[in-house]
Ligand binder design. Structure first.
Ligand code: HSE
Length: 437
């Protein structure tokens, strides 16, 4: 059979890795795909040719649009990242009848609805396994492996850089900026590392996972996003004393009222497997009504792990080239005319448990006043700890865990607690999830 001709946009960390995987595993890949897969053309500005195999047979230029317009190319792999010109390149590749493989989570989360619609009109596939959790085949698992299930919720550590930072801070007491620098040197961090630290990268990935899990359109703008920069070592230590770890989780949950879509630091019980996922590794926990909880773990970033997902997509597309487009697996797992308009809930309507830390004056009645406010709001306290005041100090740290409550009710209670003149400053609040059902 004729080889499949591929045009590659970007020869950086993932582009170089993709070349290397295609080169080193060429024989196995063609045995699987049923035909050879050959990169014939690439576009890149800066790249290290000495670190990339197989470039000798590739025409490399700096004009990405020339690649998407090349009539010889069957599949375009977009590994440039960012919104623009990635969006224009992908849309033009589709318009020219090419299949597209991309690792670009920002592009899919923001422009996926438009891109998939254009792809359907042209009868081509846009594959994006590498966009979520790097080398973990989570798109395939949710879209195909769990297709029998009513998926109830998804919770994941889906940003390797953020997890690396939190793990190093907890285990080695390292400084935030120092760990971030190392993640950048290792090629894990986004070009703009605030995307990692502020949870935007995780929100891109969660947006995609939620659409695949629940059959809703991509709605990045409705995803609640809170970063890790404010995670305080005192909260990390308090969480451990209560038997929890703090992880930066992306959580998507289907409720009777709507869909929760949220990224934020979260206390999770340390006995859960996912609580022990450290360093740059990613993990996604998916709860299906038939299968129960399933956990997917692996490298969420890096050259070869991400290339593993990119190349798997290329093989998938190569296998389906002769299939009737109407019979291919739908981009967002559900048939496009079956996507539902279930509302995404604002964070104030989300129900979760809480960890609270506040500074209280060390005198009679303070704990009773705080407990009274929570009680009046119908918020039940699960655990409470008052730390010893430091010698000569009259203020103590008061730390507690609560049962589940709707966020708006907790906001109101926190406002009342902060107004007490026996409580100093603001109340620190971190959401708690038990991930057990
Ligand atoms: N910056 C991302 C991360 C890369 O750290 O997980 C993979 O998407």
């Amino acid at each position: 059979m004729k080889p499949v001709k591929v045009g590659l946009l970007g020869l950086g960390t993932v582009g170089g890795g993709t070349m290397n995987v295609l080169y080193r595993n060429a024989k196995e890949i063609s045995r699987r795909a049923g035909r050879e897969i050959v990169v014939t053309r690439a576009a890149a500005r800066d790249y290290d040719a000495s670190a990339i195999d197989g470039l000798h047979s590739v025409t490399v230029g700096d004009d990405a649009f020339a690649v998407v317009r090349d009539p010889e190319i069957d599949i375009v792999i977009e590994l440039i990242g960012g919104y623009s010109p990635a969006r224009e390149l992908v849309l033009e590749a589709i318009a020219n009848g090419k299949h597209v493989v991309t690792a670009n989570k920002a592009l899919i989360a923001l422009h996926g609805n438009e891109i998939f619609s254009a792809a359907r009109d042209k009868g081509v596939t846009v594959a994006f396994e590498a966009a979520v959790a790097g080398g973990i085949p989570i798109i395939k698992a949710v879209r195909e492996g769990l297709a029998a299930n009513n998926i109830e919720w998804v919770a994941g550590i889906i940003n390797g850089t953020g997890n690396f930072i939190l793990s190093e801070m907890r285990d080695k007491g390292r400084d935030f900026a120092d760990v971030l620098k190392e993640a950048q040197e290792l090629g894990y961090a986004e070009a703009d590392p605030t995307f990692d630290v502020e949870g935007i990268d995780a929100a891109h990935k969660l947006t995609i996972l939620a659409s695949l899990a629940f059959g809703i359109p991509l709605q990045f703008d409705k995803t609640y996003t809170e970063g890790i920069a404010a995670v305080d070592p005192r909260d990390v230590a308090n969480a451990e004393e209560f038997g929890y770890r703090i992880k930066h989780l992306g959580i998507a949950r289907k409720t009777d009222a709507g869909v929760e879509l949220r990224v934020h630091p979260t206390l999770i019980p340390e006995r859960r497997l996912i609580a022990n996922v450290d360093g740059v590794m990613n993990a996604v926990l998916v709860m299906g009504d038939a299968v129960g909880p399933t956990l997917y773990y692996g490298a969420g970033a890096g050259s070869l792990p991400t290339a593993s997902a990119v190349v798997a997509d290329v093989i998938d597309v190569a296998r389906s080239l002769t299939t009737d487009p109407g019979n291919r697996v739908p981009h967002l797992a559900f048939q496009p005319d079956e996507l539902s308009d279930t509302p995404v809930l604002p964070i104030e309507r989300v129900e979760t448990a809480y960890y609270l830390r506040m500074t209280a004056r060390d005198e009679p009645g303070v704990v009773a006043a705080v407990a009274g406010i929570l009680g009046e709001a119908g918020i039940s306290i699960e655990a409470i700890k008052q730390q010893e005041p430091a010698p000569g100090q009259t203020e103590v740290a008061l730390v507690m865990l609560t049962h589940r409550v709707v966020e708006q009710r907790m906001n109101d209670a926190i406002a009342r607690i902060e107004a007490l003149d026996t409580i100093g400053g603001s109340v620190t609040r971190i959401r708690v999830e038990t991930l057990d059902g």
